[in-house]
Design a protein around this ligand. Structure first.
Ligand code: HEC
Ligand code: HEC
Length: 407
């Protein structure tokens, strides 16, 4: 080691100062154990959702595979993105969207029942109940019918999403009887820390608006898709859905023929040959409703003798039954059927209700309801076919499940 020159001394002293300063900085970090938490831009999100929501590693909502033969898509100018659909998932399960923090969309649209409810009418805030039966949310995206609800009173899915929030009995932000309106909800959500973090990430600022709620909720609902049925496996093996499916039993193929083919009636509404014509309104392969459908003869009002003739929409007929083939939720706006056999009994003998001036022409002749005259064999075949429209993933996929750790 040579002589210590002033130059070397300066270098050594500088090194000592740098190291000491480094230790000092380290000390500061140690005495402040909360430093990470304070600067984590997702602290509240992590506290609320744990690992269920991770904006660095989002679930795939935007690029889910769908079969080539599925052509309908009502996304319009709101195509699904992973960040907004994730926000939509959080909103869908957040009880803060109700006036007294007791009800979320998921309270009435339960994943275990294809996003419907087993009850005839669903419970809203403060003991209120819905007027009609909850609808399954299956492949809502893949319909040509743009309007939503049984009676199509929502012009599109975006508009639909904030109607239950503002419904007095459902989620309660009605602005009636001293309750706040949608602006109260917008302000309420704007004050919640995880929404500050998430809106900042998704939209670039923390501002909550009704339009943003609609956009993200609609994306989440549209993301709920179901194409893992026996029908899809069979359809992939043939050129045309009318061809026999190699993976079907004879009974299922016979049921498919009956479903797809139109009936032939005599002059007074008795079916004398042909199929049963379900496909005229619930159209394969989406099984969505014909936008021109009128009502199907189910005109009751729950808990009243009145009639309603404007219920002309149905969700896709996929996933009417659970993965194990047993009944899923109730069916029709009245929730009056629990089995497909019950539904077929209705179509077999369309009731003649004089005041029903909106019964679809396909179901009547000269104002008189048609009779399909189904045989026991035909009923078994139709039930077997309709059950092939059931999937499994919709009930279990975590990306559509409740992400809250506590709620
Ligand atoms: C209190 C129960 C309840 C709550 C809460 C609720 N819904 Fe519904 N939902 C229903 C009922 C009942 C219907 C059918 C109502 C009708 O047609 O009159 C329905 C219909 C729908 C439809 C129409 C489906 C179709 O095929 O036309 C969509 C979409 C929907 N709800 C989404 C939501 C979203 C999103 C939320 C939360 C913002 C929500 N719902 C909250 C009970 C509820
Ligand atoms: C003229 C059009 C039309 C025809 C034909 C038709 N339906 Fe429907 N279907 C509807 C309408 C409209 C609804 C909604 C009824 C309501 O609840 O008010 C509906 C509802 C249903 C539902 C209840 C769906 C749910 O989510 O609750 C089932 C199941 C159903 N139809 C099965 C069938 C079958 C099976 C056939 C053939 C035998 C058939 N439909 C023929 C128009 C039709």
């Amino acid at each position: 080691m040579g002589k210590i020159t002033p130059y070397k001394l300066t270098a050594i002293l500088t090194a000592i100062i740098v190291v000491a300063w480094g230790c000092k900085k380290l000390d500061l970090t140690i005495v402040n154990p909360n430093e990470n938490a304070v600067f984590d831009p997702f602290a509240a999100t992590k506290a609320t959702f744990g690992t269920n929501i991770d904006f660095a590693n989002l679930n795939n909502y935007a690029n889910q595979t769908k079969p080539a033969y599925i052509l309908n898509d009502n996304s319009g100018n709101n195509p699904i993105t992973n960040p907004k659909a994730t926000l939509g998932r959080i909103l869908f399960y957040d009880k803060n969207l109700s006036i007294n923090n007791t009800i979320s969309c998921g309270s009435c649209h339960k994943q275990a029942f294809a996003f419907s409810d087993t009850a005839i009418v669903s419970k809203g805030v403060e003991g209120g109940v819905t007027v009609r039966h909850s609808m399954r949310l299956v492949n809502a995206r893949f319909s040509n019918e743009l309007k939503f609800f049984w009676n199509e009173r929502a012009a599109n899915l975006e508009v639909q999403t904030t109607i239950p929030i503002q419904d007095h009995v459902e989620m309660g932000f009605s602005g009636v009887n001293g309750r706040g309106n949608i602006n109260s909800l917008v302000n309420k959500l704007g004050g919640i820390n995880y929404y500050k973090e998430i809106f900042k990430t998704v939209y670039g600022d923390t501002i909550v608006t009704e339009a943003r709620l609609q956009e993200s909720l609609a994306q989440f609902v549209r993301s709920i898709q179901s194409f893992d049925s026996k029908f899809d496996a069979g359809r992939a093996l043939v050129n045309n859905e009318r061809d026999p499916f190699p993976n079907y039993t004879n009974q299922e193929n016979a049921g498919k023929n009956l479903y797809l083919a139109p009936p032939v009636f005599d002059g007074v509404g008795n079916r004398i040959s042909g199929g049963v014509g379900c496909n005229g309104c619930h159209r394969a392969p989406e099984f969505d409703i014909d936008p021109n459908s009128r009502n199907n003869g189910i005109v009751g009002v729950i808990g009243s003798n009145a009639i309603e003739t404007n219920n002309t929409r149905a969700p896709s007929l996929r996933d009417l039954v659970k993965a194990d083939g047993t009944s899923n939720a109730r069916m029709m706006h009245t929730g009056q059927f629990t089995t497909i056999e019950g539904v077929l009994a209705h179509y077999n003998n369309i009731p003649n209700i004089a005041a029903n001036n909106n019964l679809d022409n396909r179901l009547r002749v000269d104002g008189v309801g048609n009779k399909l005259n189904l045989t026991a064999t035909e009923i078994t075949q139709l039930v077997a076919f309709i059950k092939t429209l059931r999937g499994t993933n919709i009930y279990t996929d975590k990306k559509w499940s409740n992400p809250f750790l506590v709620q």
